[in-house]
Design a protein around this ligand. Structure first.
Ligand code: IMP
Ligand code: MG
Length: 183
């Protein structure tokens, strides 16, 4: 059903609609539940982009799950990342000795994840994996890979389902393409 033309973002082309995202989310959750079967899992969401995906994903996990969040500020912008990152909200609880699954909205240049992997590994988790809704491997500048990927996408700028441009569009139920990428 088409969105009302007055709805924010309705003019943007849909890349993955809410049904496709839900289907892929269920597949990822089944895979993750099988891989961690019988082990408690600490899920760490990277704010803000991952919050919608995380909320849907954890409700599909057939595991003992606890949730924490981390937030970063990165300098530069999406088109010109500087690679410098600082933590603006740290973990509430230690992950030492735990199986940790990081939830990301999108893996782009890889600079954010490379930094956060260093931060988390310093806390000595038992294991550390990452699930990302979207992967944009063509823009990678750091050698990082996700363990679970929802969708691999070309070099387009996307919004919705948690992803923003200038803090807008996070609430859209679909992933949509912003035609003129921000620079
Ligand atoms: P990177 O992997 O360090 O380059 O940064 C990933 C972060 O950049 C994501 O968590 C998003 O906040 C942001 N980002 C990268 N590509 C996009 C996009 O297409 N739409 C919205 N945000 C993006
Ligand atoms: Mg962002």
């Amino acid at each position: 059903m088409p969105m009302d033309s007055a709805a924010p973002g309705a003019e943007l082309e849909i890349l993955y609609d809410a049904d496709a995202i839900a289907r892929r989310g269920r597949e990822l959750a089944a895979q993750i539940s099988a891989d961690y079967r019988g082990r408690p899992l600490r899920v760490i969401g990277i704010l803000k982009g991952a919050w919608v995906f995380l909320a849907d994903l954890v409700r599909q996990l057939d595991l003992e799950v606890t949730v924490d969040f981390l937030s970063f500020a990165s300098y530069g912008d999406n088109a010109h990342p500087s690679g410098a990152v600082k933590i603006t909200k740290d973990l509430d609880q230690s992950v030492e000795g735990l199986d940790v699954l990081v939830v990301e909205d999108i893996l782009d240049t890889g600079q954010t994840f490379e930094y956060l992997r260093g931060v988390l590994e310093a806390h000595k988790p038992r294991s550390l994996k990452v699930v990302t809704l979207l992967d944009k491997p063509s823009r990678r500048v750091r050698p990082v890979q996700a363990d679970y990927v929802g969708f691999t996408i070309p070099d387009v700028f996307v919004v919705g389902y948690g992803l923003d441009h200038a803090q807008k569009y996070r609430h859209l139920p679909d992933v949509r393409v912003l035609p003129s990428p921000p620079d």
